[in-house]
Design a protein around this ligand. Structure first.
Ligand code: T1G
Length: 686
C-alpha cells in the first residue's frame, strides 16, 4: 500500500521464520486507510507463507501508532474499518507481537490489545484518549482492556483519557516483556524464541471482563459524571462498560461500536476535533526560521509570576538562574520555587527524584553579570513600563550577544520596550498565565521588531515548556486579556442592568464555564484589572464601564484576599451570596440612570458569548491573531471555556455568519456601534 507520495506505508520483510511488518507513516504512524489496508495485506501474506511462524507489528520513526488518523475524521469512512482489521489480527492463526514505543494511543493501543503479545520500551506511553475527541474507543478498547487489566483501572484510564507509562501497568498481564533499550533486537529475539517453541499458540482473552468483588458501579458513576462536567464521552464510557460487562466479547464490541458511531456524529465531538486542530495550528509561528537551542534561561524577578516561570522551566529540564534585587528578595524567590515544586510532589504530579533533579538545576544571583550563560532571559518584574525599561537596559548590558530578551508583561506596549535595547529584533513577549507552572496557555507576543528566529525560538521554548502556544500581536492586553476585558465589561454591564451576582455566575457555570466570572474576579483580586484599566483613558461612550468593579474597589472589597468581594466568605473560605453587593451595584446604576430589568440565564450567556465573538472578529481585523480559532484556543486553555463547546468562535461558526450578523445587529441597535462594532463576516466565512 502506497501513500500519496508513492512510498510504501507498510513494509513486509521476512527474517528467518519471523515476518516483520513495519509501518512508516509520519508523523505519528496514524491508522490511515492506507495503513489499515497495508496491514491486512501484509498479515494475509505472512499467514500464507508456510515457513513463517510469528509476526511482529512495529513502526518506523518516533512512535508506535498514535491512533486513528484524525485527518480522516469528518469524512465518510472507507473500508477497511479498524474493528475488522483488529478482528483479523486477533484471529490470526500465527501469533502477532506488537512492539511498542513512543505514544501508543487510541486505535494504536487498541491494535496492540488485539495482538496476542505486547512488548514495550520502558518509557512508552499507552492510553485511550478518545474522550478528548468526544468519542469512546471504537475498536475494542472498552472490551479488551477490562479483560486484561480489569474494569476498575480500565474505567479510570478510558474515562479520563489519560495516558500512562508502561511501568504503571507493569504488574498487569498487559505486557509480555518490557525492555529499557534495543526494542527491535529484543522483540526479534522474543519472536524467534516463540517461533522455536512448541507452545506457539495464539493467546485468547478471558470470556468476560475482570471485576474486583468490592467494585461499586454507582460510586464510579457518580465520580465520572462529576468530573465530566457536561462532557458526554466519559459518561458514555461508563455506560458501555456497565452495559456490556457480562456480555461475550462479540456482543460487547457491537455495543461499543454503536455508541462510538453515535458520538462521532455529535456536536461535542466536532467541537473537540476543532480545538485539537486549532491548537496545532496556533502552535505554528507565522514566519519560518530555525529555532535557537535554549538550555539555560534566566528569570528576572522572583515574585509569583517569576517563580512560577522558573518552576515551569525547571520542569522542562532547563537550567534556571533567578535574579533578584537583594539577597532577601532572592531567598524569597528561591523559596517560592521550592514550594511550587514540593506542592507538585504532594499532588503526585512529580516524583521526589524529579523534585531534587529540578532543584539541582536552579540557582540564584543578584548580579546581572551572571546572565552571560543564558540563551533566553525572561523579565517578570512589576507591571510598569518605566521599571521594565530599566530592567531591560540592565539585561541588555550584561547578556550574551545572541540572547533573546522576553517580557512577561500582560498589558504593556512591548513595541516600545523593544526599542529600549540594542537589538529590538531579539525581543519577544512571553505572556504566562498565573500560576505559570500550572496554567497551560502561553501567549507569544510577536512585536513590530521581533525577527523570525526570535519568534521561532520563543515558540519552540513554549512547546518545550509543555504549553499551549498562541502567537499574538501587540495591543493593550494582547489577545487574551483583551477578549477577557470585553467579556468582563459585558458581565459588569449586565450587573448594572439588573442581573445579580449569583445569577450571572450560575448562568455561566451551568452553561459550562469552569467558574463564574465574578467568583474568578474574587479569586484573582478585583483591583488587578481595575489598576490595569486605570492606565488607559476612560471610554467616555461607555459610562458604566466596569463601574461595579470600581464600586467594590472603592469599598475595599477586593475579593478573597480582603475577605469579601462580589461574595462574602465564611470561615472555611466558602463563598456566600451577599445582598449588599447587589444593593451597591443597584445604587451605582441609579446614579448612571441605567434602567434595570429581569434577566434570563439565556440572555446572560448570549450577551457574554457575543461580546467574545465580536471582539474575536475585531482581533482578526486588527491582525492581532493569525487564525480566528486562536481565540478558541485562548478561551479553552486560559479561561475555562468548556472544551466540548469548542470555544466562542466555534460557537459562532455553528450559528453561521448570517445569524451572527443578525444578533450583533440587534445588540448594536440597542447599545450603539462603539460597543458592538459592525462585524467583518469574512472571517467567519473563511
Ligand atoms: N492522526 C493524525 N495526525 C496526528 C494524530 C492523529 N491521531 N496525532 C497527532 N497527529 C499529528 C499532529 O496534527 C501534528 O501534525 C503531528 O502529528 C505531531 O503532533 C478508533 C477513534 C501523538 C502524543 O488522540 O496526543 O484512535 O501539526 O505536535 O507533541 O478508537 O499529537 O505537524 O502537521 O502533537 O510529539 C486517538 C492525538 C485518536 C492522539 C504527539 N489518538 N495526538 O505529540 O507532537 S482517536 C489521539 C497526540 C482513535 C479509535 C479512535 C499527540 C502525540 P502537524 P504533535 P507531539
Amino acid at each position: 500500500m502506497l501513500n500519496s507520495s508513492n512510498k510504501a506505508v507498510v513494509n513486509l520483510q521476512y527474517l528467518d521464520k519471523v515476518a516483520l511488518i513495519s509501518i512508516d507513516y509520519p508523523p505519528v504512524n496514524a491508522l490511515s486507510q492506507s495503513v489499515k489496508s497495508g496491514l491486512l495485506d501484509a498479515i494475509a501474506k505472512a499467514n500464507n507463507q508456510p515457513e513463517i511462524n510469528v509476526m511482529i507489528i512495529r513502526c518506523q520513526s518516533k512512535t508506535f501508532i498514535a491512533g486513528a488518523d484524525i485527518k480522516e475524521f469528518g469524512k465518510p469512512a472507507t473500508e477497511p474499518f479498524l474493528p475488522d482489521v483488529l478482528e483479523t489480527i486477533e484471529k490470526s492463526p500465527k501469533p502477532i507481537i506488537a512492539s511498542l514505543f513512543g505514544t501508543c494511543l487510541g486505535g494504536g493501543f487498541e491494535l496492540a490489545l488485539a495482538c496476542q503479545y505486547r512488548i514495550a520500551l520502558t518509557q512508552t506511553k499507552v492510553g485511550l484518549p478518545e474522550v478528548n475527541l468526544g468519542l469512546i474507543p471504537g475498536s475494542g478498547g472498552t472490551q479488551r482492556l477490562p479483560r486484561i487489566i480489569g474494569v476498575k483501572q480500565s474505567l479510570d484510564l478510558i474515562s479520563s483519557g489519560k495516558s500512562v507509562t508502561v511501568n504503571a501497568l507493569e504488574k498487569s498481564e498487559l505486557f509480555d516483556a518490557i525492555y529499557a533499550q534495543d526494542l527491535d533486537e529484543n522483540t526479534l529475539n522474543f519472536a524467534q524464541n516463540l517461533s522455536n517453541s512448541s507452545n506457539r499458540i495464539s493467546k485468547t482473552l478471558p470470556e468476560f471482563m475482570l471485576i474486583d468483588d468490592d467494585f461499586d458501579w454507582e460510586i464510579q458513576k457518580k465520580s465520572i459524571v462529576k468530573k465530566a462536567r457536561g462532557s458526554n464521552a466519559p459518561v458514555a464510557v461508563y455506560d458501555v462498560l456497565h452495559h456490556t460487562h457480562q456480555m461475550k466479547l462479540k456482543d460487547g464490541l457491537a455495543y461499543e461500536r454503536e455508541t462510538f458511531l453515535k458520538l462521532r456524529d455529535s456536536e461535542q465531538a466536532a467541537a473537540l476535533r476543532h480545538i485539537f486542530a486549532a491548537e496545532k495550528k496556533a502552535a505554528k509561528p507565522s514566519q519560518q526560521a530555525t529555532a535557537l537551542n535554549v538550555n539555560h534561561v534566566s528569570v528576572i524577578g522572583g515574585g509569583n509570576m517569576g517563580s512560577g516561570i522558573a518552576t515551569c522551566a525547571l520542569l522542562a529540564k532547563l537550567q534556571v538562574l533567578l535574579i533578584e534585587q537583594s539577597e532577601e528578595a532572592l531567598s524569597f524567590g528561591l523559596e517560592r520555587v521550592r514550594k511550587n515544586l514540593s506542592s507538585m510532589v504532594k499532588l503526585q504530579r512529580i516524583s521526589e527524584q524529579q523534585y531534587h533533579d529540578c532543584l539541582a538545576q536552579l540557582y540564584g544571583s543578584c548580579d546581572y553579570h551572571d546572565l552571560q550563560k543564558s540563551e533566553l532571559i525572561i523579565e517578570a518584574v512589576f507591571e510598569d513600563l518605566e521599571i521594565k525599561k530599566i530592567v531591560f537596559a540592565q539585561i541588555d548590558k550584561h547578556c550574551a550577544l545572541n540572547a533573546i530578551l522576553a517580557s512577561n508583561t500582560s498589558y504593556l506596549d512591548i513595541n516600545e520596550l523593544a526599542l529600549s535595547v540594542k537589538q529590538p529584533e531579539k525581543v519577544v513577549g512571553l505572556h504566562f498565565f498565573s500560576p505559570a507552572h500550572v496554567m497551560k496557555l502561553l501567549e507569544v507576543v510577536n512585536t513590530a521588531s521581533t525577527n523570525a528566529q526570535t519568534l521561532a525560538t520563543a515558540m519552540a521554548l513554549g512547546k518545550k515548556l509543555n504549553k499551549i502556544i498562541v502567537e499574538v500581536g501587540v495591543c493593550f492586553g494582547f489577545a487574551a486579556n483583551r477578549t477577557y476585558t470585553r467579556y468582563g465589561r459585558e458581565i459588569q454591564q449586565m450587573l448594572l442592568e439588573g442581573a445579580t451576582v449569583v445569577q450571572v455566575d450560575n448562568a455561566m457555570k451551568n452553561w459550562g464555564m469552569a467558574m463564574g466570572p465574578l467568583a474568578v474576579q474574587d479569586l484573582s483580586g478585583i483591583e488587578i484589572g481595575h489598576n490595569a484599566r486605570s492606565t488607559q483613558p476612560f471610554p467616555e461612550h461607555d459610562q458604566g464601564y466596569f463601574r461595579a468593579a470600581a464600586t467594590l474597589v472603592a469599598a475595599n472589597r477586593l475579593g478573597r484576599k480582603t475577605g469579601c468581594g462580589f461574595y462574602a466568605y465564611d470561615e472555611q473560605g466558602q463563598a456566600i451570596a451577599d445582598p449588599t453587593v447587589d444593593q451597591l451595584i443597584k445604587e451605582e446604576a441609579q446614579k448612571l440612570q441605567i434602567k434595570t430589568k429581569d434577566f434570563t440565564d439565556e440572555e446572560i450567556v448570549h450577551r457574554a458569548l457575543f461580546a467574545l465573538i465580536s471582539e474575536g472578529l475585531t482581533l482578526m481585523d486588527n491582525g492581532i491573531v493569525q487564525n480566528l480559532s486562536d481565540v478558541d484556543v485562548i478561551w479553552v486553555n486560559g479561561y475555562g471555556f468548556p472544551r466540548y463547546k469548542g470555544g466562542p468562535m466555534f460557537q459562532a461558526s455553528l450559528m453561521g455568519a448570517e445569524k451572527v450578523k443578525q444578533e450583533l445587529d440587534i445588540l448594536r441597535a440597542q447599545f450603539g456601534n462603539l460597543i458592538w462594532p459592525e462585524p467583518n463576516l469574512k472571517w467567519l466565512n473563511s
